[in-house]
Design a protein around this ligand. Structure first.
Ligand SMILES: [Zn+2]
Length: 556
């Protein structure tokens, strides 16, 4: 190819280079991403006139006096000559959609973006600059791994950069990693995967051991799409895959949500919709409530997120190996206030229901929920959870992957999460799979939703020896909103529009939104110590004596 033309590795199209440059290196034929240089990345991300390169005088040497026939010092000199860069990273301070950040961008042209002592030093100093100025850090990665010519000194950079990322975690500063093609080895296995949010470019290849290494050493056949961004998203290792054209805006949204604090807005009297006295909740047969709670026309968690949030960005994955479709979550704004949201997802149609495993999470779902809760704790954001599940998935795989362990750990995590937590049971709140995301400061339930230790059918089959006794079991279990409020299991009931949430989704969402806003506004003034003490007391009281079975009027 001449300089005027470029060959797309995705669709094999020959593309006019000037057109490619205007398109930020995105193939006009197939949307595939061509590599960008470090400076091109900084230009792509920066708001106009905000880019200031950080002049970091980092020593770069040849610690081993290495030669593989050609001295390393000569290779280094050649790379500098070819790229005009001192090393494979460029650092800058800039703004992304009005959020000031420190950015470190890698350049694959410089010795394959390999991790040398100087690269590790530049990444670390970028992190230290972010720490000193209390700014977020964004790292754009492209690398083949540790630079072999620097031997174990290169290897040590993995530990050094991981520690630098950890310091930003301790300081509560947002970190984001943009994975570009390719990112492998020691960079993949250190700072590239330690961002609060990991965004991959479409088609980017990412992994520890590259396909050639696997083929040569283990001789395994590789599955289709192996190690591509999309493959990794499905397996829970990245939060999202973003086309380059949307990247700046989405990154800006995430940075803004993670860094800018507006105090909870005042709520107006019209938003005081929650019913807090049991005798003001309309009576209904608990079995009717069970049937209504399961109505497929009720808004799902994703419907509520779409209707009640601004700037919602769904985040995927547990970073361990799965992205459970029965639990969805992400970040967004409720009014002006940034929040982390998590909930069970069922769906409306048979195909939808199957795709979301009927709202029954596997362990990856609870690990995703836990990861988002830890993110909320780091960013100092309140957590809102929506409960609608027939229970955690009762299957062999779920057991093998530690279903009991992850539920137990999520209960413990919520008990100690130093940010406000509000739960709304919007449909079926069934068993430990529901409670696992419902250890909140305030637990609300919708008028026609239920909350129960076991499905009435399950209870009837075990205790009545007859699943047809489910209506009797529902009554005996007191699964309806009015009974739950009287028991003090919930702090309030969110009314539903005439005909129920299924009759008017928009009106139902407006009521849920108001209810959550009122609780968050009330909790906003509490410091973490008080929040935790009150949350523990809220759950400690069940079974502690007389108070547990009488309505306490909530904790307000
Ligand atoms: Zn193409």
């Amino acid at each position: 190819m001449t300089k005027e033309w470029a060959l797309c590795r995705h669709c094999r199209a020959v593309v006019y280079a000037k057109r490619l440059a205007r398109n930020h290196g995105v193939c006009p034929q197939c949307g595939g991403c061509f590599p960008l240089t470090a400076h091109e990345w900084l230009d792509l991300l920066a708001d106009r006139d905000t880019l200031r390169l950080l002049d970091m005088d980092v020593p770069s040497d040849d610690p081993l006096g290495f030669s593989d026939g050609k001295p390393y010092a000569d290779r280094l000199a050649a790379a500098r000559e070819a790229t005009g860069m001192p090393e494979a990273v460029v650092c800058a301070r800039l703004s992304i959609v009005d959020s000031p950040v420190v950015v470190a961008a890698m350049d694959f042209r410089f010795m394959g973006g390999s991790l040398s002592a100087a690269v590790g030093e530049l990444i670390t100093r970028a992190a230290e600059a972010a720490l000193a100025e209390r700014l977020p850090l964004v790292v754009v990665t492209a690398s083949g791994g540790v630079r072999m010519q620097e031997g174990v000194v290169g290897l040590m950079q993995m530990a050094k950069t991981a520690q630098a990322m950890q310091q930003l975690d301790e300081a509560g500063l947002v970190t984001a990693c943009v994975i570009t093609d390719p990112t492998y080895g020691g960079v993949a296995a250190s700072y590239a995967m330690l961002g609060d949010v990991v965004i991959a470019e479409p088609g980017a290849r990412f992994g520890f051991a590259g396909p050639r290494v696997i083929a040569q050493t283990i001789r395994q056949e590789l599955p289709p799409g192996f190690q591509t961004a999309e493959f990794l998203l499905e397996r829970g290792f990245v939060d999202l895959v973003s086309p380059r054209a949307q990247l700046r805006e989405r990154l800006g949204r995430l940075l803004s949500i993670g860094t800018r604090r507006d105090t909870a807005a005042d709520v107006c009297p019209a938003e005081q919709v929650v019913v807090r006295e049991p005798d003001q909740v309309p009576e209904q047969d608990p079995w009717d409530a069970v049937r209504r709670a399961r109505h497929l026309g009720r808004p799902t968690t994703s419907d509520y997120f779409r209707m009640i949030l601004d700037d919602f960005e769904e985040l995927h994955g547990d970073r361990v190996g799965g992205d459970c479709p029965a639990i969805v979550g992400g970040v967004g704004r409720l009014g002006r206030e940034p929040v982390v949201v998590i909930g069970h997802e069922k769906g409306h149609t048979p195909a939808d229901l199957a795709a979301h495993n009927f709202g029954m999470p596997n362990p990856a779902g609870y690990r995703k929920a836990a990861r988002l809760m830890r993110l909320a704790a780091k960013w100092g954001l309140p957590v809102v959870t929506l409960v609608d599940t027939p229970g955690a998935y009762p299957g062999v795989d779920a057991e093998l992957q530690g279903q009991a362990t992850v539920i137990a750990e999520t209960l413990r995590l919520m008990g100690a999460l130093p940010v406000p937590l509000v739960t709304v049971v919007t449909g079926e709140g069934c068993s430990g799979g529901a409670l696992a995301i419902a250890v909140a400061d305030r637990v609300l339930i919708m008028e026609n939703a239920i909350y129960t230790v076991i499905s009435p059918e399950g209870c009837a089959a075990i205790l009545w020896k007859d699943s047809a006794a489910a209506p009797a079991a529902a009554r005996a279990l007191k699964v309806d909103a009015r009974s739950l409020l009287a028991l003090g299991v919930v702090d309030g009931v969110v009314p539903e529009p005439p005909g129920g949430a299924e009759a008017d989704q928009t009106a139902a969402a407006a009521l849920v939104r108001s209810a959550i806003r009122v609780e968050l506004a009330d909790l906003a003034a509490r410091d973490p110590a008080r929040l935790l003490a009150e949350r523990r007391a809220r759950f400690r009281r069940f079974g502690s004596g007389a108070d547990s079975l009488t309505h306490s009027g909530g904790s307000q």
